[in-house]
Design a protein around this ligand. Sequence first.
Ligand SMILES: [Zn+2]
Length: 485
Amino acid sequence: MARGMESEEMLKSTASSLARRRLISLTGKAIETPHYVAVTSRGVVPHVSPDVLARHTSIKAVYFGLEDFVEKSSVDAPILTTSQTLEKTSDGSALHKFTGLPGRIATILGPRRVPRVTCPAQSTDKAISICTSVGFRSLTAEDYLHAASSLRPDVVVSMADIADTDTISRKRTEKMVDRTHSWFTEAASELAPTKARTQLYASILPLDNVQQQLYLSDLADDESPSGGPAGLALYEFEAAATLPAELSEHARFCISNPSTPQDVLRAILSGADLITTSFVTATTERGIAFAFKFPPPQSSDHQQLGIDMWSTSHATSVTALSTECTCYTCKRHHRAYLHHLLQAKEMLAWTLLQVHNFHVLDKLFVAIRHSLDAATFERDANAFIACYADAFPAGEGEDRGPRMRGYQMRSTGRGEDQKRAKAWGRFEDPSGTASGADSPSAAEFENDQARKVSEAIEGGGEAQLALTADDFEHLGLAEKVKESQ
Ligand SMILES: [Zn+2]
């Protein structure tokens, strides 16, 4: 067993699938697996401030992509310059302090966020391409390791060369493994002195060639001077099947992008211990409340995975999102309130939904672990896959949620349309000539108001000056709620 794995013990494994139960220690923070890892954006789990996270969720581990903190160069990123000051003032992880995360939560740092945006430039022998808030940049292995040792997360994922194109030549795949291999070796020697406080996970590419075999046998070799990795980071869960027996004891962290609970079950069936679940935030932002449970209910009807809270059918409903749920949202609020908050575009809507959705996800993982203990997991997982719809309902909030135009959005190519129409641009054109016929410019609107005021004065003050709902909608300040079907 590799060094750094002493505290890790196997609890149980099922013979029928690769799914397994373990107790994994992320630099002293013990996590029973299978377990999810919440994905952060720019230092926070979206919609959940650190105090809400501590009080109303059971999140145990979070993932950060370094590119979220980098602007021009990773060396002068505020997280690093501030962290140096934090480092001098007290003990503990600079990443925890900078992000305000409670100390009990384990942090995992990788170079790129999940899901990653495809970069136009290819990697080189020294650097990978990253997508920052000010555009595409490159991140060298040296700068990444410098950041990792300054920030001191509980786990650092070694840098990987991933080609995001559909077809990759054989030569390119060989290069991908060679670079990933040498970046791991570099990381192992650089981070060796800080091993007690930061574990290193080796990136494993979803490939199977000679270079990969060499890389894997090198990782399994305990005799290497800097020691083996504390765990493995898999970019596709299928890669777990290609791992040699010598690496079977290592923790497997799946940095993939599952879009449904079914995908999570498939990853666990393939042997994933920890898995990133960015679909929680994506679903919350579409205004969908999770409505699944594991094992699934015994019903012949096809069940929906979630409830669309934008639907006007909830407008007068005073029942909880789920009558069985014990989360903060379900105990204190009803569907009509959630629906109203969404309509009013109150940020609280997404916070309450996120609290509920993480609670349901927690329940899913607790039930998965029970099911593995009872050796019924494979049966329960198959029943779940058969019982529920293959995807979350699209819902009416598809293009109405928050963070639609942020750089974290997956782009599908050059010149992609913006997710939302520009609402405020009308104020930029005082002449009003660029505006559409049925959307008055600010100048037209003001003239109209001035006319109403003078009419009101001339009429002896009896006429009322008021803005109608149409006025607000024309100005892009609000939208009228659609009529119930
Ligand atoms: Zn709930």
